[in-house]
Ligand binder design. Sequence first.
Ligand code: SD4
Length: 309
Amino acid sequence: AGAKPIVISTWDFGIPANKEAWKVLSSGGKAIDAVEQGVRVPEADPTNQTVGYGGMPDRDGHVTLDACIMDELGNCGSVAGLEHIVHPISVARMVMKKTPHVMLVGDGALQFALENGFKKENLLTPESEKAWKEWLKTARYEPVMNIENKQYEKAAPKTLPGNQYNHDTIGMLALDSKGNLSGACTTSGMAFKLHGRVGDSPLIGAGLYIDNEVGGATSTGVGEEIIRNVGSFLVVELMRQGYTPEDACKEAVMRIIKKKPDTAKKIQVGFLALNKKGEYGAYAIQSGFSYAVCTAEKDDLLIPGKSYY
Ligand code: SD4
């Protein structure tokens, strides 16, 4: 009790998302409500081509969304490959609340959403459709780096088909005034992925993990490498052993680099962690990763994540 609330989230679009989450936290609300409200902001933003509405489609032109949410009691809900719904995070929360399951996928997730009052909408914006059609000309699947990474923008310019807007999931972690932790993670996944491909973001333990005794972690980047290492769970378990949030994120990144040094040179993966005391940290393979922090004192901070390269 008597904790100082804090919310942190991935990338610069975490700033407006944190603001929304902060409204909940600053009025004494629950972390689980804060993270849901927070990530709904980028989900609804059509200019954000990596989350929710406006997200990049898969190679067949379908916008398929992945999201999960986890609370302080270890309750969790998740959807993967969900089409036509602007707020997959709220569907994930409903899976958590209303069903005996953790995860729904594809048509079943859509059916569940529609039965629960979510509206069916077209998520493919003209901009994302245009980028997809451009990509189809070569149809090369080369997920190279996040768009903020200047160093790699040269090698893989945004204009090069297949490289646009590939990794920018929002992962958010919050600690509320009662000292409870929750997290949310939502994405349209890797642009131009195979139809049916699921990333780390909707997988509890990979894209997100919360243990209210210890802390929480979330991830962004090439999901396959995060899944292989059960990244977010690993970060939380390392914090349990006494690692600081940043050291835990670093060790999780090092596992990826150690196992696949050549792959790691060419991809981005970043972890973000928050512990029970409200201490936070991040670490990424490549430079260019950033995260947003919001507390009563430090409103709207954007922090460059440390990185291996
Ligand atoms: C995925 N991790 O689907 C997501 C993509 C991502 O920043 O994080 N982008 O693999």
